[in-house]
Design a protein around this ligand. Structure first.
Ligand code: MD3
Ligand code: FE
Length: 224
């Protein structure tokens, strides 16, 4: 007897699981393209190296960051903002690799955002001990405060304990383990939810070693 794959139901990850209104997790969705994504990451980082940004309050972030696409997120003593040029090189950020854009738009469509067109991809690199405090992502909205576009996140490498809260800092958080290949789409009422990442545990991922890479795809407007 031959297994007819065409009669199989769609794999579970093609049914996005809602974790909150507007937020859907697609477990393992990026696994088939994880190696291609990592090739893109290494190419971007060769042109725009990871760096530990300083917050407006003067703290050096434990997560190292870079960007690709038309706009990149930066932080320094003057504030948080999106820039078209990498301040380290005074050159445009590297273009978004085609596989990045293809995965992000396909995942957004699975979650109900058919015409997501990201113009920014933030690359976060976590080593053991790195963390990200509870925050909202508000810098994309521009002057118009337009948050209609979702954010798509892709996790690669070591697992992370992700904290997901509500629209106010004091709201209680739920914890989600994000694994290599997981994709999450954050839109609608979840777009401005507080969230963070607990300190990373030590570990060794078979492909990435002792690190986690998180890609977040965004549509960002400019303030001017
Ligand atoms: C929920 N990054 O870069 S990705 C960030 O794992 C950031 O590196 C985390 O928070 C990381 O800003 C979390 C998941 C994520 C990203 C954006 C969100 C969740 C979100 C925006 C709104 C709500
Ligand atoms: Fe965030």
């Amino acid at each position: 007897m031959t297994l007819n794959l065409f009669d199989e139901p769609a794999p579970a990850y093609l049914q996005p699981m809602a974790i909150a209104p507007g937020a859907a997790i697609l477990r393992g969705y990026a696994l088939p393209v994880a190696d291609a994504l990592m090739q893109g990451v290494e190419a971007v980082l060769a042109a725009a190296p990871l760096r530990h940004l300083v917050t407006p309050g003067g703290q050096t972030m434990s997560v190292a960051m870079s960007n690709c696409g038309a706009l990149g997120w930066v932080s320094d003593r003057r504030g948080y903002r999106y820039l078209a040029v990498d301040p380290l090189s005074n050159q445009p950020w590297p273009p978004m690799p085609n596989e990045f854009l293809a995965l992000a738009t396909r995942a957004a469509a699975e979650a109900g955002f058919a015409d997501f067109m990201p113009n920014a991809c933030l690359i976060n690199r976590y080593e053991p001990g790195a963390r990200m405090g509870l925050h909202q992502d508000r810098d994309e909205g521009g002057k118009e405060e337009n948050f209609s576009a979702p954010i798509v996140s892709v996790s690669l490498g070591l697992p992370a304990e992700f904290l997901f809260g509500g629209l106010q800092r004091k709201d209680k958080t739920t914890r989600w383990l994000l694994l290599h290949g997981d994709v999450v789409v954050w839109g609608g009422p979840s777009r401005l939810a507080f969230h963070g990442v607990a300190p990373m545990k030590a570990g060794e991922h078979a492909v990435l070693g002792a690190r986690r890479i998180n890609l977040t795809f965004r549509w960002a407007g400019l303030d001017d």
